[in-house]
Design a protein around this ligand. Structure first.
Ligand code: DAH
Length: 357
């Protein structure tokens, strides 16, 4: 019969040699299981004389402990080694550029709107929205454009039948959202409104559906100086020209008084168009101090509140920034055009990146 010492040496050698968790488990059963080798020795204790039994029993208990802890240690080491191996094989280099697997592109109009929202968002504006199908009051009357006003004809409006004989219109500008916001919300107000607008017009610089971004600030103190500062900042951030010349030219809009159109500097030397310092100007925005009549129409007291508004054409500034020559191409759904002028979906615009292509 094996002595406990011989058995220990044999078992520890086997543990050492085991090369899988399954082999270790078999070993454990063959040593410590019901019919295991150590268990068998323990069964022999009963036949021993009481004086011998005590010492032999202790020796077997020590042996049992040694063997089972050797198995546990080896098992843990194997699990660690397995994990290390798996981690090595699943390792990825997160500093590698993401593989471009996407097949779609972000449309330049979406990209441009995101850029505009990004810039005004930094200034504390929030985004507001309104319906594309408007009523006459929100689109015209409340904006101080009465029925007989020439601006109504200039807008080339698409009219639609409405209820109670009151016709609806496809909004001709985003300005009606000014009215919706002022009738819904208490000042102070600081919103921008990107959205679709509609006019019956079609050529290289007009499309029956186009996009505008409206801006509105109403509080007790904002004045023309704030309007100028805000729009100069916007133009310089959007076109990424730090010293871009910006000019405010007196103009007329029924909903603002005084009104100004905003021009940015450019050159057209040698047939090449460039935004920045130069001898020419390009109009990109309409703006002004909100007309007191508009405030009154919305139930806001013009003696207490004031503010400014502006509107810009998204296609127009996108064409200028990204060198797109014909406005109609935006909406022709030509995939070759989109591959050329579109943006990758991971290029998210923000103030620290993505505004540059
Ligand atoms: N709604 C004008 C248009 O479509 C643009 C505009 C001009 C909006 C001046 C404004 C503004 O808010 O103050 O031509």
């Amino acid at each position: 019969m094996e002595t406990p010492d011989q058995l220990r040496d044999a078992l520890l050698k086997d543990v050492e040699a085991a090369n899988s968790t399954e082999a270790l488990e078999e070993l454990r059963i063959s040593a410590l299981g019901k019919k295991g080798r150590i268990t068998e020795l323990m069964k022999g204790l009963g036949q021993m004389a009481p004086e011998e039994r005590k010492a032999a029993g202790q020796a077997l208990n020590v042996l049992k402990g040694e063997v089972s802890s050797a198995i546990d240690v080896k098992k843990a080491a194997m699990a660690d080694a397995d994990l290390d191996k798996r981690l090595m094989s699943e390792q990825i280099d997160v500093t590698l550029p993401a593989a471009h697997e996407e097949t779609g592109y972000v449309h330049p109009i979406s990209q441009t709107i995101d850029e505009i929202v990004g810039i005004f968002g930094e200034m504390g504006f929030t985004v507001a929205e309104g319906p594309d199908i408007e009523d006459d009051w929100h689109n015209f009357t409340a904006l101080n454009i009465p029925l007989d006003h020439p601006a109504r004809q200039e807008h080339d409006t698409f009219y639609m039948p409405g209820e109670d004989g009151k016709r609806k219109v496809l909004r001709t500008h985003t300005s009606p959202v000014q009215i919706r916001t002022m009738t819904d919300q208490e000042p102070p107000i600081r919103i921008i409104v990107p959205g679709r607008t509609y006019r019956s017009d079609y050529d290289a610089t007009h499309s029956p559906m186009f996009h505008q971004v409206e801006g509105l600030v109403i509080d007790k103190t904002s004045h023309m100086g704030h309007l100028k500062g805000c729009l100069i900042e916007f133009c310089r951030a959007f076109f990424e020209v730090d010293d871009l010349p910006v000019r405010f030219r007196p103009s007329y809009f029924p909903f603002t008084e005084p009104s100004a159109e905003v021009d940015i500097g450019c050159t057209r030397e040698g047939g090449e168009f460039k935004i920045g310092h130069g001898d020419d100007w390009l109009e990109i925005l309409g703006s002004g101090m909100v007309n007191p009549n508009v405030l009154s129409n919305c139930g806001i007291d013009p003696n207490e509140y004031q503010g400014f508004a502006f509107g810009l054409g998204v296609e127009r500034v996108a064409m200028l920034k990204y060198g797109i020559p014909d406005l109609r191409t935006f909406f022709e759904s030509d995939l070759r055009w989109l591959r050329h002028y579109g943006f990758r979906s991971l290029e998210v615009p923000g103030m620290v990146g993505g505004l540059v292509r």
